[in-house]
Design a protein around this ligand. Structure first.
Ligand code: PLP
Length: 376
C-alpha cells in the first residue's frame, strides 16, 4: 500500500512503535492511585508534561492532556467563553479565519447560540488571512481571535506572529488561539508557541497514537471545565488519564523535534520531486497554493479529473491520498476552505491533497505518479 494521506493521520513512527509495548506494560497504572504503580504512572505523566512544555517553550502549568485536538479546541473556546459569561464580561465577540478546521468553525457557531458574535476574516486567493480585516474586526469587546497556523486542506501557512502582534498591541486581554495541529513538529513554531495564549496538538498527526492530544492555555486566561467528575488535569479534564498514550505522544513530538531539520528537508525534496514528476509526465496540473506559501508536508493540487473518481481508482490500486479534511470527506458539500479560495466550482471538484510524513519516499511518489498517468 502507498500511503500519502499523512495530514489525515499518520501510522505510528518507527521510534514510537519500538516503545509501545514497554510503555503500555510499565505505565498501565492509574496515575491517581497512591500505591507504587500509581506513583510510577504519575511520574511518567509529569515527565511527559515537562518534556512537551520544554519542546514548545511554555510553562508546564498551562498544558492539559486531552483525547485530541478537537477536544482541546472545544475545551479552550467553550471553556473560556463560559468563564466570561459567568463573570458577566462584556467581551462577546469572536474573530476566526474563514478557513478554520471544523473543530473551531463549528464550536464558535455553537457559541453563537450562547450570545457570542462571530466575525470571519476573509483571505486572499492563496488562503492567507487579510490583515486589514483583522484590524477592522478587533475591538474592546473581542474575547478571542482564532487563526490556524497551517491549513489542513491546502497547507497554507499563516503569519501568526504578525497577527498576534496586531491583536496584542491593540488589547493584551484578547485571547489569541492558534490551531497548531498541522504545524507542530512540521514547520518552525518556536516563536508562535511562546507568543500565543493558546494552542493545541494531536499525537496522531506526528507519528503518535490516536486519541491523545493536548491543550496549552496561558494560566491568566481562566477556563471552565466542559465535563465534571474528577480532579485530573486540575479538574479541567476529569477522567482516568491515558498515561501510556501521553508518553507515546511525548516520544513522538520529541522525535519530530530532534529530527526537525532532516525531516523538513526530506519532505521539501519529496514535495518538489512530486511536482517535477507531474511535469515530466506532462500531466495537466496546477498547485492550489504556490509552494512558498505552504507547509512542505501538504501538496494540494488541481488535476484533470474529478477527485472522487480519482480517489476511488487510486484506492482500488491501494494508493491513499485524499480530497479534503478527513473529518468532512464523507460530506457531499463543497469544501468551505477551497470555496474561500476558488470561485470556480468545477475546479474545486478536481483538487486532491497529497500529504507526506518523514517516512514517505520518492519510490512511493513514483508509484503514485505512474498510476495517476495510467488512470488519467
Ligand atoms: N485541527 C486541524 C488543523 C486538523 O487537521 C485536525 C485533524 O484533522 C484537528 C484540528 C482535529 O484533530 P483531532 O483528530 O486530534 O481531533
Amino acid at each position: 500500500m502507498i500511503y500519502l494521506d499523512n495530514a489525515a493521520t499518520t501510522p505510528l513512527s518507527p521510534s514510537v512503535l519500538k516503545i509501545v509495548q514497554d510503555t503500555n506494560t510499565k505505565l498501565f497504572a492509574n496515575n491517581s492511585s497512591i500505591h507504587v504503580a500509581g506513583k510510577t504512572a504519575r511520574e511518567a505523566l509529569e515527565s511527559a508534561r515537562f518534556s512537551l512544555s520544554n519542546i514548545f517553550g511554555v510553562n508546564t502549568s498551562g498544558l492539559y492532556f486531552t483525547s485530541g485536538a478537537t477536544e482541546s479546541i472545544n475545551m479552550l473556546l467553550q471553556g473560556y467563553c463560559k468563564q466570561l459569561l459567568r463573570n458577566g464580561s462584556t467581551r462577546n465577540q469572536i474573530v476566526i479565519s474563514k478557513i478554520e478546521h471544523p473543530a473551531v468553525h463549528e464550536t464558535v457557531h455553537y457559541l453563537k447560540t450562547l450570545g457570542f458574535i462571530i466575525h470571519e476574516l476573509q483571505n486572499d486567493n492563496f488562503g492567507r488571512v487579510l490583515v486589514d480585516d483583522l484590524n477592522s474586526y478587533i475591538n474592546h469587546n473581542t474575547a478571542i481571535v482564532a487563526v490556524m497556523a497551517v491549513n489542513n486542506e491546502t497547507g497554507v501557512v499563516q503569519d501568526i506572529e504578525n497577527l498576534i502582534n496586531i491583536v496584542k498591541s491593540f488589547d493584551e486581554k484578547i485571547l489569541f488561539f492558534t490551531d497548531t495541529v498541522q504545524a507542530l513538529g512540521k514547520i518552525s513554531t518556536t516563536k508562535i508557541t511562546k507568543m500565543a495564549d493558546g494552542f493545541c496538538g494531536s499525537a496522531h498527526k506526528v507519528g503518535g497514537p490516536k486519541g491523545v492530544g493536548f491543550l496549552f492555555v496561558k494560566p491568566e486566561f481562566r477556563i471552565l471545565p466542559l465535563t465534571y467528575g474528577g480532579d485530573q488535569e486540575h479538574s479541567l479534564r476529569p477522567g482516568t488519564t491515558n498515561v501510556p498514550g501521553i508518553n507515546l505522544m511525548s516520544a513522538a513530538f520529541a522525535d519530530r523535534n530532534i529530527n526537525f531539520t532532516i525531516n523538513f528537508e526530506h519532505v521539501t525534496s519529496l514535495n518538489k520531486y512530486l511536482e517535477e514528476c507531474l511535469k515530466n509526465k506532462k500531466i495537466n496540473f496546477r498547485r492550489t497554493i504556490p509552494f512558498e506559501y505552504t507547509s512542505p508536508y501538504i501538496f494540494s493540487v488541481l488535476l484533470p479529473m474529478n477527485s472522487d473518481r480519482l480517489l476511488e481508482e487510486l484506492s482500488k490500486r491501494e494508493i491513499c491520498i485524499s480530497k479534503r479534511s478527513a473529518c468532512s470527506s464523507q460530506s457531499h458539500s463543497k469544501s468551505r476552505i477551497l470555496e474561500s479560495i476558488f470561485i470556480d466550482h468545477d475546479e474545486i471538484d478536481r483538487i486532491v491533497r497529497v500529504s507526506f510524513s518523514p517516512e514517505s519516499t520518492k519510490s512511493e511518489i513514483d508509484v503514485f505518479v505512474e498510476n495517476l498517468v495510467d488512470i488519467l
